[in-house]
Ligand binder design. Structure first.
Ligand SMILES: Nc1ncnc2c1ncn2[C@@H]1O[C@H](COP(=O)(O)OP(=O)(O)OP(=O)(O)O)[C@@H](O)[C@H]1O
Ligand SMILES: [Mg+2]
Length: 188
């Protein structure tokens, strides 16, 4: 088991965002957190990343920080480098893998451009595909949002291959059509 979440709760301004949420993430498991806008999906992930303090409950994460990859709901918050090529290189450990990401994300002619100049979907594809090259445990907030049909199908296939061969993924969605490929569903 990679993650064991026990009865965690979060209140903001005296309003319950979520209460007594418990679940586990096992090795090679794809876990979906599903809920409508404002139901607390991002807030729950922030609690698990120690970016927001929870009110009650506990969780145990059996991984070190370097084994965890995170793609936030707004991936421009992850941009640290001057060019797309440098951004990808900072996340993957060899040039073949970097090339693979550029090809799959259709960014081969954008290597010298600023990552900030990419569209929302292109930024998401770049980070998700790069993170899937190496980490053991991935946390993706709304990974399928703003992807075209072809890219969405490709990312779902990549996520399924990742969980079979490399590790586990927690992802969120507010769309019912995006829950069916998960092994486990947490409804907020
Ligand atoms: N810093 C904050 N201050 C006040 N309220 C907040 C704060 N952060 C989140 N909230 C509230 O917590 C609730 C959950 O927000 P959260 O962003 O987790 O929702 P979500 O399920 O991720 O929604 P979406 O599908 O739109 O991404 C919302 O009602 C939001 O208004
Ligand atoms: Mg959210």
């Amino acid at each position: 088991m990679y993650l064991n979440v026990k009865k965690i709760s979060k209140t903001i301004n005296n309003r319950h965002i979520f209460s007594d949420v418990s679940f586990t993430v096992d090795v090679n498991e794809l876990v979906c957190i599903y809920g409508k806008n404002g139901s607390g999906k991002t807030c729950l992930l922030r609690c698990l990343l120690n970016l927001t303090k929870m009110d009650n409950g506990s969780f145990f994460l059996k991984l070190t920080a370097d084994q965890i990859g995170v793609c936030f709901q707004f991936p421009e918050h992850l941009i640290y480098h001057r060019t797309v090529q440098e951004e990808i290189a900072s996340l993957v450990d060899d040039s073949d893998k970097a090339l693979n990401v550029m090809e799959k994300a259709n960014l081969k002619d954008k290597g010298g451009n600023s990552p900030l100049s990419l569209s929302e979907g292109q930024k998401r594809l770049m980070f998700i595909l790069a993170l899937m090259q190496k980490d053991k445990f991935l946390i993706f907030d709304e990974p399928l949002t703003s992807l075209d049909q072809e890219s969405k199908k490709m990312i779902i296939e990549e996520m399924l291959a990742y969980k079979k061969n490399r590790g586990s993924i927690i992802y969120t969605t507010n769309r019912i059509e995006d829950i069916y490929f998960a092994d486990k569903l947490i409804c907020l």
